[in-house]
Design a protein around this ligand. Structure first.
Ligand code: NDP
Length: 263
């Protein structure tokens, strides 16, 4: 039987734990498929690469999720509304795009108290997750270090700020949606801004799946925290459902992926 190939495209991509999660799940279910990483610098080449490599599907990580949206021939309604794709299924040389980050993030937020949320960061992941929170009754404010990416959020009706212009700091949940801390020990925003935000916060989520300096700051203050592992597992389990045409359900995939992360 032909072995199907799935990839994760990104730049950087070496940090991704998606291969271990998907490969263990394929193995557990006896699916003849494997999942690997592909370092792609130029996102505009995504479609050409997907088709020339003959893969069955892929995930897309930083910074190509908007390019992935543009590459698709068909989009599910949520992906269409947010302009960001992180999961693609290939059928008959056509690319079908989905966004599983957002639902994964929403599931990860359950368990935190309060609906006033501030995102630090305004990239592709913030775009989809802010929309799903809004659709579920959260009041989301977006802050970023630079202006350009705030445009999308302003036009979509979110309150937006540059860090230097933040004057109010009363949010229940503070979320690091940047890539600060992914490879280095940098903080997502100026330290003084973070200190002010953490004073009133009940919870902190960092979408990066390691103990970043920001997460450590919040833990030292005794605030409830969560790193990006739950979001990673949930978005991966939903993507797996698409990759296997829903042959396997979320509830059976999720524990296998969770266990894979401990290996
Ligand atoms: P993008 O490249 O689209 O956006 C990056 C954002 O981070 C921008 O707002 C950018 O600001 C900001 N940023 C980057 N570096 C710094 C820095 N040193 N200091 C302050 N701000 C910075 O990335 P994505 O939105 O796709 O991903 C964001 C994060 O989410 C990544 O860390 C990624 O690993 C993580 N992620 C985790 C997932 C999970 O399952 N746990 C799933 C998806 C993503 P500017 O606009 O000024 O450049």
């Amino acid at each position: 039987m032909k072995k199907e190939l799935f990839l994760i495209f990104g730049d950087p991509v070496s940090h991704s734990k998606s291969p271990i999660m998907h490969n263990n799940t394929f193995q557990e279910f006896g699916v003849s498929a494997c999942y690997s990483r592909y370092h792609l610098s130029n996102g505009s080449e995504l479609k050409k690469k997907i088709l020339s490599l003959g893969i069955s599907g892929c995930n897309i990580t930083v910074p190509h999720k908007e390019e992935a949206f543009l590459a698709c021939d068909w989009l599910d309604n949520f992906a269409k509304s947010v302009g960001v794709v992180n999961t693609i299924v290939v059928k008959d040389e056509k690319l079908y795009g989905y966004n599983t980050d957002a639902l994964g993030f929403l599931k990860a937020v359950y368990g935190f108290k309060g609906k006033r949320v501030i995102f630090l960061g305004a990239g592709g992941t913030a775009q989809s997750t802010a929309q799903i929170l809004k659709q579920n009754g959260y009041d989301v404010t977006i802050a970023n270090r630079s202006e350009k990416r705030l445009d999308y959020f302003r036009k979509s009706g979110f309150k937006t700020f540059l860090y230097k212009d933040l004057k109010e700091f009363n949010y229940d949940l503070v979320v690091n949606m940047t890539s600060a801390g992914l490879y280095d020990d940098s903080l997502p925003a100026p330290k003084s801004t973070l200190i002010s935000l953490l004073k009133d916060a009940n919870g902190v989520i960092d979408v990066i799946y390691r103990r970043t300096p920001f997460l450590k700051m919040a833990q030292d203050l005794g605030i409830q925290t969560k790193d990006g592992s739950d979001m990673l597992i949930y978005q991966g389990a939903i993507a797996f459902e698409y990759f296997t045409n829903h042959k396997y359900g979320f509830d059976e995939v999720e524990p296998i992926m969770r266990k894979a992360l401990t290996l």
